[in-house]
Design a protein around this ligand. Structure first.
Ligand code: PA5
Length: 471
């Protein structure tokens, strides 16, 4: 197996005594946040024992992962390309893991594409770029009822039929609920190969199920190690006490900034190739899990934002420093990068001579530290996370870490981090607008309440006093 996981979590820059400007967490507030975290963990554990929550079990389903890896190896002998059709939790985790560990340059396997949009100008060219006779299509939808994925699948099947005729069925795999939904019925009716998503695992918590494991495995990712890393994080979480437990510590910090002393925005500033895709996965996890009403009806949530170091230092940093004090920052980087290249010694103007002969990484690290320093000086709360290595074990552990932190923070706030009523309503409206049978009432209500406004001409100018004469 692997060599064990290493992380550095640094919460020192959110302590009130370490942060100028009054936005740090005072010790008594942190102690009560830790108390709430303890109670939230107990409550989640009870739900887990009752089988209501399934994501903590995923790292231990190693037999299933091994079987998936064997199937993926068979796909690898027959095909050259794998096209994932899916959206949200059915797509983001796969892309995050693949790119975080280095994409096709790091692992040999099928060429992986993830189609998570029905923008015709993106989807049609993507489909056309696939050699369909050598492509396996993996359509992923936990519910099976997502219009976008259904439309994509129909188009992909049509392209497969054109390329390989009746053999199209050998080139379509569905990943969905084990017993219900459109995809499950389709798998049964057409005799398509399928994999199940455990019913107690929601989309954005499902990357370590067949949802992520099948496509990742086919792309060469060592999914056993992905699970092993997550299992090690689970063990750290289970067996470490108090503030030595990074999951509990992080949950207390973020719960504080979610609703005790709210910062409406959390920015992930990533410094390291591939990390922005993890940030994209986290964005969905954090936004969709925590953007809810609390029991007292008050809205909760924290807008998850992404910034890439060093690029966004020249785009967003000014705002972060001098704009509204409404953000908590999470800096994420690899402990050690891969490249060791050095900037040539000769050829610099005297003012820039300090760059010559130095590893480019020195500049990257200096920018990282400089940015943290600038934000800290401006009194912004900052958490730092460093990931030991850019490999499957560490990425698996990191994703699992964030799933737990998100679940606990939601539980602390008294909201259900595992549902997504707003997303479901959006899906129902989209289907109704497309003319779904049985949704006529919803369509009529939409037309009555909203459509008139959406489709009206913009007339704001008419309210302005008419201009006389020439400009
Ligand atoms: O996290 C979630 O549950 C959602 O974001 C879903 O992943 C997304 O809406 C896609 O749903 P489905 O997998 O049912 O097609």
């Amino acid at each position: 197996m692997g060599e064990g996981i290493r992380f550095r979590f640094d919460f020192s820059l959110v302590g009130a005594s370490n942060l100028p400007g009054g936005d740090g967490i005072p010790a008594p507030a942190f102690r009560s946040a830790m108390g709430r975290v303890d109670r939230a963990v107990e409550s989640l554990e009870a739900k887990h024992l009752k089988g209501e929550i399934g994501f903590p079990d995923l790292p231990f389903r190693v037999d299933e992962a091994a079987a998936i890896a064997r199937d993926a190896a068979v796909l690898g002998r027959r095909f050259t390309h794998l096209l994932v059709l899916g959206i949200g939790g059915s797509a983001l985790g796969t892309r995050a893991v693949h790119e975080a560990i280095g994409g096709p340059a790091a692992r040999r396997g099928l060429h992986l594409s993830v189609a998570d949009n029905v923008d015709p100008d993106a989807f049609f060219p993507l489909l056309a770029a696939h050699p369909m006779e050598k492509t396996v299509v993996v359509a992923i939808s936990k519910s099976g009822g997502t219009a976008e994925t259904n439309a994509q699948l129909s188009l992909a099947i049509a392209a497969l039929k054109k390329a390989v005729g009746k053999r199209w069925k050998e080139q379509v795999i569905l990943v969905t609920d084990p017993s219900k939904g459109v995809f499950r019925r389709m798998a049964e009716a057409e005799g398509l190969r399928s994999y199940s998503v455990p019913p107690n695992v929601g989309g954005r918590f499902s990357v370590l199920s067949a949802v992520g494991l099948l496509p990742l495995s086919a792309a060469g990712v060592r999914v056993g190690r992905l699970l092993s890393g997550a299992a090690q994080m689970e063990s750290v979480f289970r067996h470490t006490k108090g503030t030595d437990n990074p999951v509990r510590f992080a949950a207390a910090v973020y719960a504080h900034y979610l609703y005790q002393s709210p910062k409406p925005v959390q920015v992930w500033f990533t410094y390291g190739a591939g990390l922005d895709r993890i940030a994209e996965w986290w964005q969905q996890l954090w936004g969709e899990s925590l953007g809810k009403r609390r029991p007292n009806g008050a809205p909760a949530g924290q807008t998850p934002a992404r910034a890439v170091g060093v690029t966004d230092q020249h785009s967003q940093l000014q705002l972060y420093q001098d704009g509204p004090a409404d953000k908590v920052f999470t800096f994420v980087r690899w402990m050690a990068g891969r490249e060791r290249g050095t900037v040539p010694a000769a050829g610099f103007a005297p003012d820039m001579a300090m760059l010559g002969g130095r590893p480019l990484r020195d500049l990257f690290d200096a920018e990282y530290e400089g940015t943290i320093g600038a934000l800290w000086t401006a009194g912004r709360p900052i958490v730092r996370m460093e990931i030991g290595r850019r490999d499957e074990e560490h990425v698996g552990a990191f994703l699992h870490f964030w799933e737990w932190v998100t679940a606990i923070v939601g539980e602390c706030a008294g909201i259900d981090p595992f549902d997504q009523p707003g997303v479901e309503e959006g899906k129902r409206i989209a289907r109704a607008l497309m003319g779904e049978k049985g949704s006529e009432g919803r369509r009529a209500a939409f037309d009555r309440q909203v459509a008139g406004i959406l489709r009206a001409e913009i007339r704001i100018g008419e309210d302005l006093p008419a201009r006389k004469g020439k400009r």
